[in-house]
Design a protein around this ligand. Structure first.
Ligand code: ATP
Length: 360
């Protein structure tokens, strides 16, 4: 068991022109499942590759269990990695695929056999050991890839978008399997994805990355309910949060579409936290309540209703701005209805126009 720590890690490419990882600090605790999430190009894979030893940082240090591994090659770090393209060797059986890494490291036959059978047992693929990869389903192949990764009993488990080649249903199954596997092994793990729903459903903690930096690192509920920046609020949550650019006059906020007197406690915090008048108000679709026309902040026509199973998403056009709200599927509201919109103010987020959250 070990933790992993990144201190001030920086990695650039093209003679410093591309800053892939911008002086980040990250502590992956013992036994923790940490998810790195963010848009394409934000530096997730490069961060993971630095942890793995596949890239050497320009500056900063990486330690595992207190030992400096910054310059160590991957083979000398007790890590295992699973990639998006988990390519198994087609001419080898499942057993041989799983044994390969240990064999290369010169482990003796008995030890290899013991470890392969242990990993196969955990991944429930013991009955597939004699098959070749082309005789397996996609899910079975992915389980073999995971089995091959855990066969070394790693101190740190690194996964880079390992599920992105699978269909939606199998992905959901494998998410659970990976979480169960991680809990069983109790090994610190870093899982990279660009899919915020995957991140929310899997991570003990989530690190949201943006342009080479970590914007926020916290448990999923905190990331969702208490995003510390516009970027995090926007990136996390589906359907996405509604933003309104408004001005604050000390007691109320006013925008092009609507204005409202704020509860005094909220207004007081805004007075303390805002330097100018401009504020971006972020309201999650679940915090907009649909009422009878004439009883809310604004009256508005429902443009589109999108059934989602237990809920439905309502889309509105508020003077050219798309607004969405979520209601229970039993709600009888229909396209073309005129309804009122009310806001749950305690759950509303206020941001400075340059990004940071105003009310902590
Ligand atoms: P994705 O989700 O698309 O895989 P990512 O968040 O994993 O993206 P990285 O692959 O870490 O992002 O890339 C971060 C930045 O570094 C990008 O601008 C990318 O183009 C650049 N980059 C990554 N590897 C190299 C390389 N070997 N040479 C030059 N630039 C690179």
């Amino acid at each position: 068991m070990a933790d992993a720590k990144l201190d001030n890690v920086r990695k650039t490419f093209n003679d410093g022109q591309v800053v892939a990882v911008d002086d980040i600090d990250l502590h992956i605790e013992e036994g923790e499942f940490l998810v790195l999430v963010g848009p394409s190009g934000c530096g997730k894979s490069t961060t993971l590759r630095c942890i793995a030893g596949l890239e050497v940082p320009d500056s900063g240090t990486i330690t595992f269990g207190g030992h400096d591994v910054t310059e160590l090659p991957p083979k000398d770090r007790a890590i295992s990695m699973v990639f998006q393209n988990y390519a198994l060797y087609p001419s080898m059986t499942v057993y041989e695929n799983m044994a390969f890494g240990l064999k290369m490291r010169g482990a003796d036959k008995e030890k290899i056999d013991e470890q392969v059978r242990w990993a196969a047992g955990i991944m429930e693929i013991s009955d597939l050991l004699d098959r070749y990869p082309n005789q397996l389903s996609g899910g079975q192949q992915q389980r073999v890839a995971l089995g091959r990764a855990i066969v070394r009993d790693p101190a740190l488990f690194l996964l880079d978008e390992p599920l992105s080649n699978l269909d939606a249903k199998l992905r959901a199954v494998m998410r659970t399997e990976i979480q169960e596997l991680q809990q069983e092994l109790d090994v610190a793990s870093v899982f990279v994805t660009h899919d915020q729903e995957e991140a929310m459903s899997m991570g003990d903690r989530i690190a949201v990355m943006n342009a080479g930096r970590i914007e926020q690192i916290a448990p999923p509920e905190e990331i969702y309910h208490d995003p510390n920046s516009l970027f995090v609020a926007d990136f996390i949550g589906s359907p996405s949060i509604n933003f309104f650019e408004m001005t604050f006059d000390g007691s109320s906020v006013t925008g092009d579409e609507f204005g409202v007197d704020l509860p005094e406690a909220v207004a007081e915090e805004l007075r303390d936290g805002l330097s100018g008048e401009d504020v971006v108000v972020g309201i999650r679709p679940g915090n907009i309540n649909v009422t009878d026309a004439g009883t809310g902040l604004v009256d508005i026509e429902v443009e589109v209703v999108e059934p989602m199973g237990d809920t439905k998403i309502l889309y509105f056009d508020l003077d050219g701005q798309r607004v969405n709200a979520v209601v229970a599927s039993t709600d009888r509201v229909q396209e073309g209805d005129t309804v009122g919109l009310e806001v749950e103010w305690p759950n509303v987020h206020f941001f400075r126009p340059d990004g940071p959250k105003v009310i902590k």
